[in-house]
Design a protein around this ligand. Structure first.
Ligand SMILES: [Zn+2]
Length: 200
């Protein structure tokens, strides 16, 4: 296994639609292993192939409930909507509020090319949506919203759940990351995060 360099969102690769993987072979498995190692090394909860410069539909996710290595993942079903704070390994030092479905069903191939189905909610659903977005050239900064007070409260509650799920310590970060510049943001409201935000 080897660490791969994570591209930032100035790179065109982060904004392109990735191609379907037609055969899950050893080359793909090597890429999956490298992505997994790179994700853990960077303290991310997910990583998508375009983030390491490979325009193929591959993502790895570990949101504290186990490792998923996914080839050609698609969202089959989605219900509900919830606001959460997101960050991204390809967008350093930024975070923003994003609306995501509360429950999703994802179908994908695993590293052996076998079809798997994941029913996800909470932070896992967010991480899966975030990574699958990457495969379509969408970065979370394309989706950030100007939240209502209720959405901010909801995001803080979900961050608390995520913190527990990930087994992170309860300490607050010294300096919250600056928010994505949302053109519609009212005034210069600065949100202090209750818990650290981990990106993917
Ligand atoms: Zn990301």
């Amino acid at each position: 296994m080897a660490l791969r360099q994570i591209l930032t969102d100035e790179e065109p690769a982060l904004h392109k639609k990735c191609r379907v993987v037609t055969e899950v072979n050893d080359r793909i498995r090597t890429l999956i292993d490298d992505m997994t190692e790179t994700m853990y090394h960077s303290n991310g909860v997910g990583l998508a192939a375009p983030q390491v410069g490979v325009l193929r539909r591959i993502a790895v996710v570990d949101a504290g409930t186990g490792l998923y290595q996914l080839v050609n993942p698609i969202i089959l079903e989605q219900t509900g909507s919830a606001c959460g704070m997101e960050a991204c390994l390809s967008v350093p030092e930024k975070q923003g509020y994003v609306l995501r479905p509360e429950n999703i069903v994802v179908e994908a191939l695993n590293r052996n090319g076998e079809k798997i189905r994941i029913e996800a909610d909470g932070y896992l659903a967010v991480a899966l949506c975030h990574e699958i977005d990457h495969l379509d050239g969408i970065v979370f900064t394309d989706r950030t919203i100007d939240p209502t007070e209720e959405q901010i409260a909801e995001a803080e509650r979900r961050a608390q759940e995520a913190t527990e799920q990930l087994g992170l310590n309860e300490e607050e970060p010294d300096e919250p990351m600056p928010q994505v510049d949302v053109s519609t943001l009212r005034g210069k409201r600065r949100i202090r995060l209750v818990k650290p935000t981990i990106g993917g």
